[in-house]
Design a protein around this ligand. Structure first.
Ligand code: COA
Length: 149
């Protein structure tokens, strides 16, 4: 599917309302949380980034990013991954995660995330089940590097 992945430098440059509405309807609170906190957590610090996916007509159809995992210098956390329901199963989530993961491993040795619902998606990308506070999956840089040789 044709799409553009873009780094978010200014939250207010996008129309988030469709993502906000659909994610809330589905019971995912993290988009609302992210938007409420956008002045405090800007994703502009070293070791963090937020990306959006735009359709060919410029509509916002997905988002996702990474930040530092608190108290663990070499671990990053993947966050706020969401694809609009009508845009799913076209490879958008995979393309977005490939962007996030390859960039995050420039900074971190390990990536963790929390997802109760998308285990097959993350396992398909090489993540493995993991335990820890608010952690369900993890991927080590060495495993990622070996799988991409
Ligand atoms: N549950 C189980 N498997 C899933 C899945 C889900 N929710 N979403 C994707 N997959 C698997 C499928 O095997 C899929 O292949 P298929 O479409 O041929 O069956 C494969 O992952 C690749 O999917 P892809 O098209 O690249 O992903 P996507 O664009 O549909 O996005 C999610 C995947 C999980 C990001 C998207 O479904 C989503 O936003 N879900 C709701 C929010 C969420 O669960 N976020 C994760 C919390 S961090």
């Amino acid at each position: 599917m044709d799409m553009t992945i873009e780094r978010v430098n200014d939250f207010d440059g996008y129309n988030w309302l469709p993502l906000l509405a659909k994610s809330s309807q589905e019971g995912f609170q993290f988009i609302e949380y992210m938007l409420r906190n956008r002045r405090q957590e800007t994703f502009q610090e070293t070791g963090e980034a937020l990306f959006v996916v735009l359709s060919t007509t410029g509509q916002l159809i997905a988002c996702g990013g990474y930040t530092k995992q608190p108290h663990q210098a070499s671990t990053g956390r993947i966050r706020h991954v969401y694809v609009l329901p009508e845009a799913r199963s076209h490879g958008i989530g995979t393309a977005l995660l490939e962007k996030i993961v390859s960039e995050a491993f420039l900074t971190y040795d390990r990536l963790v995330l929390y997802s109760e619902q998308a285990d097959p998606f993350y396992q398909g990308l090489g993540f493995r089940p993991a335990t820890g506070e608010k952690i369900t999956h993890a991927l080590d840089k060495s495993a990622f590097a070996n799988s991409n040789r």
